[in-house]
Design a protein around this ligand. Structure first.
Ligand code: DGJ
Length: 523
């Protein structure tokens, strides 16, 4: 696995946190911007018996961060009695494997249901009820209006965070997902009497004020019309989870996020034909207002359509929300670069272990052999970016980085910098015009290190620089190397065939420092 990117100046006592500067975000770990090159295990893989099938996959991927669940039913099997032995195993083994952790709190909600609630909750539907649908039938989704459930979750989560505070002074855990894809499949809101009473009551004044809609005293229907049921449910779920996150942060304030199952970003379905109440693109402002303790609303992107993938990234990279892709799947590895262009703090394919469970690649069913093929493009990204992740995170935070991924039918694209343009071409040989790669898989990252110097990397593309002055120019030097403790260490100079027709990247992980020179020659 990669080193953690610790530089000589790293301060491991510094609390992980999110910073905003000039409208851009960074996740700070050990006192400096950090890019999560992550992977998530399958849902039932966080058990000691399964971990030997997790670490080899993480090693093959070259991740720096593992996303792994913590199960409420396991840590609080009897109400008020906590067992953190599995959490301790995760901490210890993550440290041995030199990776950080993103812990996923599978609690009141997991994929919209309450299946990870402890037995003592499942057996008391009077205290911890499910939702009731418009037809009066029970829905397999927890009611967000149960105060006992919310208090029990706050208590368990606060205990978990307290345990981390005690047992993890070196910050192996850098971020926590609160719940998992919360919301409801197959219903729009809770029609039980308690839910109905709240729905008929006025909308909380602070929500109306935050959204700049309606008048004080408006009911949900008056303020939101045909969206009333959905917005009410989103507010209710977000408010509950905001309380859970706040209870945890009061004990130990790690960055916290909520992951969202998406609706179609271009032609959205009508509820209940997607998971309603979660942080879908249409209710992000409601979530921001109702759950201020949640730092990030994050999309789980299982959409393979390349254009729609970009639209999702645009929806979630907002001035009030750092971009983070905590789950993704399919042939989308290059979209890490699309996410970087929008300032992402991390990226993580789902289902990356050798336990043999086939999701999400339904095309394989027997575990590791095909999984290897599936892992390879993600591994290439991480092998390439791992050694420079601190620089990538810092340059992105400073607004000096641009990145791009090839879209079908796209032969080239331009990345704009102070004084220079970097032209990224796909499927171009020496002199030919670019025509796009046969399989769109190009990706490029360019960051301005100095007025005439760039950090450049990519795959399956050619990069050509042009000065905006229109003056003739030349390479001063094109160095291939890597960063060690924040210092670029070149190990060869590219020249001749390697640069005369542009800078060509194939499938090798190569990082260049490119120094350019405009020729001011008198004639
Ligand atoms: C999204 C969920 O968040 C994950 O836990 C997992 O269930 C995946 N879907 C794939 O099944």
């Amino acid at each position: 696995m990669l080193s953690l990117g610790a530089s000589a100046l790293a301060d491991s006592s510094a609390m992980p946190h999110i910073e905003k500067q000039n409208g851009r975000y960074a996740l700070f770990v050990d006192g400096a911007p950090y890019l999560m090159l992550g992977a998530q295990v399958h849902n039932s893989s966080a058990w000691p018996a399964m971990l030997p099938k997790v670490w080899p996959a993480m090693k093959a991927l070259h991740v720096n961060t593992v996303e792994i669940p913590v199960y409420w039913e396991q840590i609080e099997p009897v109400q008020g009695k906590f067992d953190f032995s599995l959490v301790d195993v995760l901490l210890q083994q993550a440290r041995e494997h030199n990776v950080r952790l993103d812990l996923l709190w599978f609690a009141t909600w997991k994929n919209g249901s309450g299946h990870y609630q402890p037995e003592w909750m499942k057996l008391r539907p009077d205290l911890y009820p499910r939702m009731v649908g418009v037809d009066g039938k029970l829905i397999d989704s927890p009611s967000p209006h149960s105060i006992p459930a919310m208090k029990a979750d706050c208590n368990a989560f606060a205990h978990l965070m307290g345990h981390l505070k005690e047992e993890d002074p070196q910050h192996t855990v850098i971020i926590v997902q609160v719940e998992n894809e919360p919301g409801t499949w197959g219903g729009i809101r809770d029609h039980a009497s308690i839910g109905q009473k709240l729905f008929d009551a006025p909308v909380p004044a602070d929500l109306l004020a935050a959204l700049h809609v309606g008048q004080p005293g408006n009911t949900w229907t008056q303020a939101f019309g045909r969206d009333a049921d959905e917005f009410f449910h989103a507010y209710s779920v977000a408010h509950y989870i905001g309380q859970v996150a706040a209870a945890g942060k009061a004990v130990y304030p790690l960055p916290m996020y909520v992951n969202a199952s998406l609706r179609d970003p271009v032609n959205p379905e009508w509820p209940p034909h997607y998971e309603v109440g979660g942080a879908t693109d249409n209710v992000l402002s409601i979530w921001k207002a109702a759950a201020p303790a949640i730092d990030i609303l994050a999309p789980d992107i299982y959409i393979s359509d390349p254009q729609k993938y970009q639209v999702v990234l645009d929806h979630y990279a907002r001035p009030d929300n750092p971009l983070f892709v905590p789950e993704t799947g399919g042939d989308v590895s290059r979209f890490l670069y699309s996410a970087l262009d929008r300032g992402t703090i991390g990226f993580s394919p789902f289902g990356m272990d050798y336990t043999g469970f086939p999701v999400p690649a339904d095309s394989f069913s027997d575990g590791s052999e095909h999984l290897e093929t599936f892992l390879a493009p993600y591994a290439l990204n991480y092998i390439q970016l791992g050694p420079i992740m601190r620089e990538v995170a810092r340059l992105n935070f400073e607004g000096k980085l641009r990145a791009t991924a090839e879209l079908p039918g796209e032969a080239s694209t331009k990345l704009d910098f102070d004084g220079w343009t970097a032209n990224v071409e796909y499927g171009a040989a020496r002199f030919d015009a670019p025509k796009g790669n046969e399989k769109p898989q190009g990706r490029a990252l360019v960051a301005q290190l100095a007025p005439d110097q760039f950090l450049v990397t990519g795959n399956f593309c050619k990069i050509l620089f042009h000065p905006k002055s229109g003056l003739p120019w030349q390479y001063l030097k094109v160095e291939e190397g890597t960063y060690e403790n924040g210092v670029f260490k070149p190990y060869r100079i590219w020249n001749g065939d390697e640069t005369d027709w542009g800078i060509n990247f194939k499938e090798l992980p190569q990082v260049l420092r490119v120094s350019l020179y405009e020729i001011h020659q008198l004639q």
